[in-house]
Write a protein that binds this ligand. Structure first.
Ligand code: G3H
Ligand code: ZN
Length: 308
């Protein structure tokens, strides 16, 4: 099975190649979740605008809504047509069967997530899934998760998670499972508090812990729950060893706010692409702004501020 990323009509750069190059450059790869074609168009438009690589993600729920094979086919055709380094990740996959489905559909990476289980069971189930997806595609990137950062890219009333990962468990988990990249709990949290949506509060990361975990784990590191994180902490987290950054809620907030605005503009407007075009544009601005930040380019906080 060949993954989407290796079927591009340009470079034969795999996701692993891109991650290795970005790490040397001191940049992070942006991972953006999509659950419909509006969000997908926005992420691809941002990749085209910034000329930066992107990792498109879809969780089990998002894949169920989109269609796993249908999303893979769309991303593959976009990549072939546009020449852009676009990759696809099966985000938060909680079963062996769904990990296998994604690998068979040609996804470049799978986030295997058994982090809700006790550590030993997380290790055993992750190891089994890593072996299964690598049998289907040896080049696929297998990610494992440890710690608790809450669940759901939603607007929340209270902080979730908080049980931070240790360098020891990171080392033990990577050794035992054979994952290519690790997603630890380092002060991050899925979703945003209302104060974060309003731009009044930011997430802050345990930067020293990231550096210690990187050293102990010796693999690529992924930061989940990126929405609402302080810009400086993003930059410092990349320096400390983070390779992939997941952003979802910020996109969903921009999607919802711009859709509300677009619908309110003219109650007689019934043409979907006229209503949805501004939504694509709003989400694209958030994605472009985050991509530029992860690549050390100066950004105006305006785009992401628009979700406030
Ligand atoms: O896997 C998806 C993410 O970790 C996104 O988290 O909604 O807080 O950006 P977020
Ligand atoms: Zn996540």
């Amino acid at each position: 099975m060949t993954s989407i990323g290796t079927l591009g009509n340009t470079g034969n750069d795999t996701l692993r190649d891109v991650l290795t190059r970005l790490e040397k450059e001191g940049s992070g790869l942006g991972h953006f979740n999509v659950s419909d074609q509006v969000l997908l168009k926005a992420v691809i438009a941002a990749a085209a605008e910034t000329k930066l690589p992107v990792l498109i993600g879809a969780s089990e729920g998002e894949r169920e809504f989109f269609g796993t094979r249908q999303l893979a086919a769309l991303v593959k055709s976009q990549r072939e047509e546009s020449d852009l380094p676009i990759f696809l990740n099966a985000d938060h996959t909680h079963s062996l069967a769904k990990a296998v489905d994604a690998a068979k559909a040609g996804f470049d990476a799978v986030t295997i997530d058994f982090s809700a289980l006790p550590f030993d069971q997380n290790v055993a189930r992750t190891k089994e899934a890593v072996q299964a997806i690598k049998t289907i595609n040896p080049g696929i990137l297998a990610e494992g998760e440890i710690g608790d950062i809450g669940s759901g890219s939603e607007i929340k009333d209270t902080v979730q998670g908080g049980n931070l990962s240790t360098p020891e468990e990171a080392h033990q988990f990577v050794e035992a499972t054979g994952v290519d990249n690790l997603a630890p709990a380092v002060g991050n949290m899925h979703g945003m508090l209302k104060s974060m949506v309003q731009g009044k509060a930011k997430k802050h990361l345990d930067l020293e812990r990231i550096a210690q975990i990187k050293k102990a784990a010796g693999v690529f590191l992924t930061l989940h729950g990126g929405s609402g994180t302080d810009d400086e902490h993003f930059r410092k987290a990349i320096v400390a060893g983070i390779n992939i950054i997941h952003i979802n809620t910020e996109l969903r907030v921009a999607w919802r706010e711009s859709l509300d605005k677009s619908l309110a503009r003219d109650s007689n407007e019934v043409v979907p692409y006229k209503i949805l075009r501004p939504v694509v544009d709003s989400v694209k601005q958030v994605v472009s702004s985050r991509l530029r930040l992860f690549h050390g380019q100066s950004v105006s906080s305006e785009a992401v501020g628009s979700v406030a």
